[in-house]
Ligand binder design. Sequence first.
Ligand SMILES: NC(=O)c1ccc[n+]([C@@H]2O[C@H](COP(=O)([O-])OP(=O)(O)OC[C@H]3O[C@@H](n4cnc5c(N)ncnc54)[C@H](O)[C@@H]3O)[C@@H](O)[C@H]2O)c1
Length: 253
Amino acid sequence: MAGRLEGKVAIVTASAGAGIGQATVRRLASEGAYLVVSDIHEGRAMKVAEDLKSKGYRAIAIPCDVSRRDQVEELVKGTVKEYGRVDILVNNAGVNKPKPVLEMDEESWDYIVNVNLKGVFLCCKAVLPFMLKQRYGRIINVSSVYAWMPTRHGDACYAATKAGILAFTRCLALEVAGTGVTVNAVAPGLIPHPYMVKVYPEEVLRELESQIPLGRGGRPEEVASVIAFLASDDANYITGETICVSGGWYFKA
Ligand SMILES: NC(=O)c1ccc[n+]([C@@H]2O[C@H](COP(=O)([O-])OP(=O)(O)OC[C@H]3O[C@@H](n4cnc5c(N)ncnc54)[C@H](O)[C@@H]3O)[C@@H](O)[C@H]2O)c1
């Protein structure tokens, strides 16, 4: 598989954590891409980029809160300054603060919507002029099975943003169809990593895991491999599509 993304320039948002983002930068780098490790946490992003460089890959770190237009513009500017182009955008950043609707305050609602949904819009808008000029681009948005699946765990706002991402993906795919730019989404199921116990209690995670047809949560690398496929020329004829990476889990509440 090495070389499938040779020399392609990829931005992955929120790629310094323990989950899908970091697994994605590592996978794209292993296939030959030049990486921009971006995260709201500058120090952690720099560490990941340094580690990639120590392994012989090309990588830089650019901090960015995806909900801030000025920072998103700096991210894309910095990418183009370093590499001269931008081929792949993985909109991975997504947050959740589970609360039943009656208990959710407006500030939390705005925070989740601004990161999860507005962030995708801002990042797409910032890279598109470059991608359209190049007549080449691969945008992959990270949604969730919660886009379809109702839960009793306070995920209404999060789920609404993830469903919004799918609608946005399909509309943008049509808007740019035929320009060399494709826009797709992945919808992960449950992908446990150490940080997740801060979001959901351990017993909720166990309950969710027990519902998965393949009998276990997924690994971040198992989502990253699907993102790498959608970012590659193997997926040239796919646009506006969503691939569930969920061990068969999305039809149960
Ligand atoms: N892990 C799961 O079970 C799961 C399931 C379905 C969907 N997802 C989605 O996958 C994506 C990745 O989630 P993950 O759990 O694998 O974690 P991850 O490690 O990929 O992402 C966490 C990182 O996001 C960064 N971040 C937080 N707010 C940010 C912001 N405003 N701007 C930029 N970076 C920010 C954090 O600093 C952290 O490093 C998210 O969109 C999430 O909603 C995850």
